[in-house]
Write a protein that binds this ligand. Sequence first.
Ligand code: ADP
Length: 409
Amino acid sequence: MIILVVNAGSSSLKSQLIQTDGKRSLLKALAQRVGKPEATITFTFGDDRNAQKETREIPNVTISDALNMVFDLLESDERSPIESLRQIDGIGNRVVSGGEYFTQSVLIDDDVLSKIDECSAIAPLHNPPAVECIRLMHERLPKTPQSAVFDTAFHHTMPAKAYHYPIPMRYYDEYHIRRYGAHGTSHRYAASQAARLMGRAEEDLGLITCHLGNGGSVAAINHGKSIDTTMGFTPLEGLMMGTRSGSIDPAIITYIMRRDNITFDEMDDILNKQSGLLGVSGLSGDMREVLAAADQGNERAKLAVDMYVYAVQKAIGSYYAIMTRTDAVVMTAGIGENSAELRKMIFSGLAHMGMILDNDKNQVVGAIGSDRIISVDDSPIKICVITTDEEIRIARETDALIVLAGRGD
Ligand code: ADP
């Protein structure tokens, strides 16, 4: 099938046309800084080896305008990989929050859409643009099935003791405040690929998956089910991230707000966009840049890297404590997949738990898509590197939902 995957964020739109049979990317479009004067959209034609790129400046466009540009290009540009929009068999939407409504991916109908819209209350930056895109695509392609693949769905198996917060229960009853987690698609994919790599059934394994990208979260996956994850009510909780603080003493927030007399929005911005690696290093939220500065002796950058590593180690250790067994720790996303240096720092502190890194295997720079085990052969707990591919996963889930509903070819 040919599936268009759409990932609408607060200021970006990622979309990819994927042929699910051959796992081939036919076209990628990435609109960044949407709504701002410096907005751009970049199209990548073809798969990675022969890809050609074109970037256009699109000042002040809305997310709908950007999506319309993707459709216009697919419809009428001579480089379009399809001849007609009717060749698109389905559309897979990444939806950040499915709240308590959705425990798995679904095909979208009016009821589903209104529930996604309702969940905007708990994901105000992400669900509204997704709803806007789903509506627009329904207008342009009313007969094409659309799915919603939720970041939160994989974590619905968490037990009550993991998803409740120790605050008055009225906030759960009335405002639905609880842990929902995120990156579910990536954790699920990393777990299933790791099980395949180990030649074992997921149901027989205990896995700790670490999605370490610009955002970061760790999940405890016991016998194929997520039993806990570090992100919470929002993606702000848990690990220190590129620009997010992760978990801090909540009293710090009210203290700073009172002392600096700042608004809720300003505090939100500090915690989400000015903290993490950026806040501590004072330089950047990008791990590569922080590592480079640390290598050159920048003390704040070194501290930021040390704090990052420490947060990941603590998360792995705490999940080891709550699992019934731990067979592997799985590293994925930008930092987890690419930084041998960070992996070495993380696991050099965890050997006593039976996670023993093979330094040579860790150094091998794998080709894209090369999932591998990087622990020593007799390590009691394996360490795996898995290349995450959320778009492929969304495309495959959409393909499966369409087949199941009898709406495919
Ligand atoms: P997103 O969460 O936006 O999808 P990614 O998964 O692409 O982000 O991760 C981006 C992060 O990965 C950035 O901090 C980037 O610096 C880091 N990263 C990518 N390659 C490397 C590398 N070779 N060494 C260290 N960090 C890297």
